[in-house]
Ligand binder design. Structure first.
Ligand code: C2O
Length: 504
């Protein structure tokens, strides 16, 4: 592999993705951030130059960071923030392929623009001959108010734990907005342009879909064009045809689409799943659109009609329909942890997220991995640490006592999704699929339901395990696996990384 260098300069500036101007985070003056791409086996060198008035981090979501756990980019767990005006370089080998993304892991920064795609190509990919071109589609919900303001009102008794509703949604950073819904005095322009994709008749496209939302699951489709799912979060699958693809926060899919329809324009649709919101902004138009135009088409404005297939709200694409391209033997587990999810008011009557009755408190200046280096073996209860001393196969038994669903993400690994169940059911050993389950890194545990995830813990490091709804991260629905602390200590961590922490 070779070295691929990317320079990311991070700043803030006024931007109007949907015609509504507001201050957002920019990467190299752009939004969304540039696509970081490399080949399997390459080493990524990501130089971050922090031009903000606050600290930041960059997390490469889904990348294993084997042997480099200090580059996972999680404040409070794997690093201290890159200070205002400072620079830091993340250097890591990428020995996996597929569709990933990078984002700030600091406070609400990613949902205000500090985000971009991360694509790892593999010339030996089994489907390379089955498509001609690639397209990346970044989906996200979008707020017209800054995160600190939203967060401050979310973390009050008055919110009762109801998450702020997005104002809009974006496809590759674009959409339009009806400015008559914008508050008086705002700088808003109607009919902002939508994202546009070109198809060449007869060609086949690999479309990589990434949901980078704060809060919203989406249902993705392209009118008249079926999609064959071939990848789930870096793991290749057997082809599975869908018309409407549910995709929750932080999840990714690749689909193959054939441009074999009449030469004209079609809607690409990403429907925000407002059925899973606590409150919906009255001005929200949940249907986000982009335009797919065949080369040579004379109609620039589509008249196509949407697929009508029913999709269950607020759940993942049914895993029982997805088969791994290369099924592997799933090992027996030798350790298991129950992870119970609950929201309840704290002593100030603020509704917070709890994992096993403990709400997470970030220890910004003394991240867990530093504690490990400094010989700490016992962690405070509010760190929500699951300790895996030795190389093991671990089951996570995720029990959701909450009335909402939660997209849980495990850092540093993929897990086999052995099973999940809806409200009123309990995990049943006999109903788990340990035969040919898919692997992924983010899955939705249904409201009142459960999920069982199995992973091989052979990657020494500190690995976050959290709900990826950003409001829930900020309200404490976060835990971490400390894997093989004795091994972590034998890995020689870089001096400039240690220097990020003020006094440890
Ligand atoms: Cu997308 Cu903790 O990560």
């Amino acid at each position: 592999g070779s070295e691929k260098v990317f320079n990311l300069t991070i700043s803030k500036g006024s931007f109007a993705p949907d015609g509504f101007s507001r201050d957002i985070y920019l990467i190299n003056g752009q939004f969304p951030g540039p696509s970081i791409e490399c080949n399997k086996g390459d080493t990524l060198v990501i130089n971050v130059n922090n031009q903000l008035n606050e600290d930041t981090t960059i997390h490469s979501h889904g990348i294993f960071q084997r042997g480099t756990p200090w580059y996972d980019g999680v404040p409070g767990q794997t690093q201290c923030g890159i200070p205002s005006g400072g620079s830091f370089t993340y250097t890591f080998a990428v020995n996996q392929s597929g569709t990933y993304w990078y984002h700030s892991h600091s406070r609400g920064q990613y949902i205000e623009g500090l985000v971009g795609p991360l694509i790892v190509h593999d010339p030996a990919d089994p489907y390379t001959k089955d498509y001609d071109k690639e397209i990346t589609v970044l989906l996200q919900d979008w707020y017209h108010t800054d995160s600190p303001t939203l967060l401050a009102s979310f973390l009050t008794p008055a919110s009762q734990g109801n998450e702020p509703s997005p104002d809009n949604g974006l496809i590759n950073g674009k959409n339009s907005y009806n400015c008559s819904s914008a508050p008086a005095g705002s700088n808003c322009v109607n009919n902002a342009s939508l994202s546009q994709f070109n198809f060449v008749s007869g060609k086949k496209y690999r479309i990589r879909i990434i949901n980078t939302s704060a809060f919203s699951a989406f249902i993705f489709s392209i009118d008249d064009h079926p999609m064959d799912v071939i990848e789930v979060e870096g793991m290749m699958t057997q082809r599975y045809t869908v018309h409407r693809l549910p995709i929750n926060i932080a999840q990714r899919y690749s689909v193959i689409v054939t441009a074999d329809k009449p030469v004209k324009s079609y809607w690409m649709r990403a429907e925000m799943e407002t059925a899973c919101y606590a409150v919906v902004s009255p001005s929200l138009n949940p249907l986000v659109k982009a335009i797919v135009t065949y080369n040579g088409s004379t109609d620039q404005s589509p008249s196509s009609t949407a697929w009508t297939d029913k999709v269950k709200n607020c759940t993942d694409l049914d895993a029982s329909n997805l088969k791994p391209y290369n099924p592997q033997k799933v090992p027996q587990a030798d350790l298991n942890f129950t992870v119970q999810v609950l929201f309840q008011p704290d002593s100030n009557n603020v509704t917070l997220g709890y994992i096993n009755n403990s709400t997470y408190k970030i220890d910004t200046n003394n991240p867990t991995i530093m504690k490990v280096y400094n010989g700490v073996t016992q962690f405070a209860a509010d760190q929500n640490v699951f300790l895996v001393e030795k190389n093991s196969v671990v089951d996570i038994i995720l029990i959701n006592l909450d009335t909402g669903e939660h997209p849980f993400h495990l850092h540093g690994h993929v897990f086999w999704l052995l099973g999940s169940g809806v409200n009123g059911t309990k995990p049943d050993k006999n109903k788990l699929n340990a035969n040919d389950p898919i692997q992924r890194d983010t899955t939705t545990v249904p409201a009142g339901g459960w999920a069982v995830l199995r992973f091989v813990s052979d990657n020494p490091g500190v690995w976050g395990f959290h709900c990826h709804i950003e409001w829930h991260v900020q309200s404490g629905l976060v835990s971490q696996f400390v894997a093989q602390p004795d091994q972590i200590k034998t890995l020689n961590s870089p001096a400039d990384w240690k220097a990020l922490c003020p006094s440890t």
